[in-house]
Design a protein around this ligand. Structure first.
Ligand code: GDP
Length: 362
């Protein structure tokens, strides 16, 4: 799973990225400071891993992984190749979700447009992304149009479809807001890899005086997100940067002293899961306890396929219980004895927090 961090210069992207990945990349009050797309790999915090480990001794615990890409260089005109922007757009095409950082903190840090206005910022970025998508759709349409001349029937339908998307984008609306009657259309849309078709989680970079994001600025972002069925998480880049410098114990103490329950990474990871419609299941044994990520609604064979494609093909059945069962009954043996170890087949829909033993043919 990969999330791309976008936002205007100076809104706090690299501060946040560095804090999250603790990679120590320099961040300065300068618009084009981060010109390389930086990639960091972070473990998705999940306290259930610890809860499982408390009852099932194991050699190692393997959390799910989130790849974070800091996509710098997005400015007004980026889609035209101005301001170092264009080559970064190609990096956004590859991510699963977009974390759109908006500045909601006041203060003397230079803003590229001179004042703090998160909605204007969101629209500036969105416009660039829509323009980039319009270019992509334009070239796809030219290509399909050439194919129609050689009598390709599918190409004709594709041109019509692309024109529909083009009209939608032309209205200044992101592709993720398009509605389709035919599920095939959604697949075709996906194949185009449009940036604005990706789900967005807004990250409100708040000041240290507004850690829970109660300010009017954050409220406006919240409204904007709600209009498109998305959400906002408030995060304070500055505080996270300070937290990243501390060891575990001091970090916990500092979090508590400012009244926060968990660091931004946990909040962002959960937000990303919700935004993408993902959930976790676990495998647990003496060698390893591990978290796996599946879409909500995934069937048991699909979940097994995340471990290995052979497991999906050879899936027979799954023995499954929940982390809650384990908390309550303390061991798999007790879960079995209580009749709570369920045996499920191919049509089973995975639930968040399932612990699984898959049985398969290879
Ligand atoms: P980027 O260009 O979006 O990557 O922004 P940076 O991460 O380089 O941050 C720009 C400036 O804003 C830096 O001087 C940061 O120290 C400062 N900054 C980032 N987050 C915060 C925050 O939460 N509060 C305050 N006051 N300053 C911040």
């Amino acid at each position: 799973m990969e999330a791309g961090i976008v936002g205007l210069p100076n809104v706090g992207k690299s501060t946040l990225f560095n804090a999250l990945t603790a990679a120590g990349i320099p961040s300065e009050n300068y618009p084009f400071c981060t010109i390389e797309p930086n990639v960091g790999v972070v473990a998705v915090p999940d306290q259930r891993l610890g809860e499982i480990q408390a009852h099932i001794p194991t050699e190692k615990v393997v959390p799910a992984i989130l790849r974070l890409v800091d996509i710098a260089g997005l400015v007004k005109g980026a889609s035209e190749g101005e301001g170092l922007g264009n080559k970064f757009l190609s990096h956004i095409r590859e991510v699963d979700a977009i974390l759109h950082v908006v500045r909601c903190f006041e203060g003397e840090i230079t803003h590229v447009d001179g004042s703090v206005d998160p909605i204007r910022d969101i629209e500036t970025i969105e416009t660039e992304l829509i323009l980039a998508d319009l270019q992509a759709v334009g070239s796809a349409k030219d290509k399909a149009a050439r194919l129609t001349r050689s009598g390709d029937k599918d190409a004709k339908a594709k041109v019509a479809f692309l024109e529909k998307i083009e009209a939608h984008l032309d209205e200044g609306k992101p592709a993720r807001q398009m509605e389709f009657a035919d599920p095939e259309d959604r697949k075709t849309l996906k194949s185009l890899q449009l940036i604005t078709a990706k789900k967005v989680l807004y990250v409100a970079n708040v000041g240290e005086d507004d850690l829970t994001g109660e300010s009017e600025l954050v409220e406006r972002v919240r409204q904007r997100a709600a209009e498109e069925g998305g959400e906002v998480v408030p995060v304070c880049g500055q505080l996270e940067a300070e937290l990243a410098e501390l060891d575990e114990a001091d970090r916990a103490e500092m979090l508590e002293s400012v009244g926060l329950e968990e660091p931004a990474l946990a909040v962002l990871a959960r937000g990303t899961y919700r935004t993408l419609g993902l959930q976790s299941y676990f495998t647990a044994g003496p060698k390893e306890i591990r978290a796996w990520t599946v879409p909500i609604g995934a069937t048991a064979p699909e979940a097994a396929g995340v471990i290995h494609t052979d497991f999906q093909r050879g899936f027979i059945r799954v023995e499954v219980y929940s982390v809650d069962d384990l908390e309550e009954l303390k061991s798999e043996k007790a879960i079995r004895e209580a009749g709570r170890m369920r045996v499920e087949g191919k049509s089973y829909s995975m639930r968040d927090g399932d612990v699984c033993h898959f049985l398969f043919n290879v």
